[in-house]
Design a protein around this ligand. Structure first.
Ligand SMILES: [Zn+2]
Length: 104
């Protein structure tokens, strides 16, 4: 029996660390609905920065460059407030045998 080939092994390891660049149209009058608002582009470090909107070709400017965008979001997700929103209960150990519910 032949095991089905999986492409997972070929996934580049850099995927998780791909920086996200935020762009927005330089001039709102020349923008389309895609670039009027800030939009994110995931690029490799080695990729040149984008100068034009991929949809309408309007001149765009880079707003933020964050290599750790994914990581930061992950951290935010785990904040006590968000945990509560998601229905989790988080207990913080204060002393031996005593826990405090920080999501109350
Ligand atoms: Zn556009």
């Amino acid at each position: 029996m032949v095991r089905p080939q999986t492409t997972l092994n070929n996934t580049p390891s850099e995927v998780g660390t791909m920086p996200i660049y935020c762009y927005r149209a330089e001039e709102e009058e020349k923008s389309c609905e895609h670039c009027r608002e800030i939009f994110e582009v995931t690029q490799k470090m080695s990729d040149p920065s984008i100068e034009n909107c991929p949809r309408c070709g309007a001149k765009i400017e880079r707003i933020i460059t964050s290599v750790y965008s994914y990581v930061d979001r992950g951290k935010d997700m785990m904040k006590d407030k968000n945990l509560k929103k998601m229905g989790f209960t988080k207990l913080v150990k204060e002393e031996k045998g005593k826990y405090r519910n920080v999501t109350q």
